[in-house]
Unconditional design. Sequence first.
Length: 333
Amino acid sequence: MDKEFKTYNQQMRKLRDVKHMECDGSVDKSILARNGYFNLINGYKTPFVTGRDLEGNHIYFRDTSLTQFYELKKFDDNLRMLLLKYITTVEENVRTLTGYKFDECNKNGAIPWFDTTAYDPGSRLQYRMNTISSAYNELSKSRLEYVKFYMDNHENIPTWIMIKVVNFSTFIDVLQHSKIEVRHAICELFDIKDQNGYYDVKLLIGSLHWMRKIRNACAHNERIYCLSQSQSNSQNSGRINDKYILQLRPSYSRDTSKHIFDIAVYFKYYLPQNEFKQFIREFKDLLIILEKNIVPQAFQNVRGQLGVKNIADLDLLEQLPKLRIEYNKFDRM
């Protein structure tokens, strides 16, 4: 049966009498009115749930309150903005560098991006053609003034515009099917290498795909703290045990799923040390505030869903040795 309409007062009574949750007064009523019962209660209940009663209703940890749900939502909102800020920075950097190296490796742009010979000859022709087709399709639909200008006044679109305009997913395909020199140059700059010192192209592509997924979730205002991706047969799924993960406690290597924590690990590669340190500080501050404002059991559940085994691991990750990113030497890589 469809659920019947309930006033805010009736919703609050249900939370008190059925959910046994602390919920009373004008402040709580304002929280419900502003955020909505479904968005707040249904959206953020999982960390607070300890079981079900005989009638199937959720049982929450003792001392759980509506205000704590709101604190978790605020944490999620702030985390979303934090991740979006740094992901878009990394995305812009990698796009720009890829465009430069792509042209450099194609006779300084003499071979255009829409020529299949501009890509890795070891990549299947169908993959290269699909990538070019996707880029063309997205450019043709673009309403950006500079794209329209080039279409109206020039015979082709330069690589830097194509790289800047196409969707993140299409850009990753361009990079994945670029000549091996392009991928290796990006790996060299960011020190994306395996334990044996070889360029880790799988980590390069996999990390960008995970950032893309997180960025898209942020842009669509989805819940972020609990986002994960399990190991499957599909490409780029599941955790990639890179050199930083392997230096943390063994439980990280045993966890085969990607979490928000993996984004922190990827930022270790892509951000200069001072920017990475700032990210870790901001991330930790959000966690510390949340820990003070919700019941301990719920906080441990949130921390677990983030993929953080212990907050101190963020400090350890920040302190692990990292080579300086030498952008000024990129043209020699």
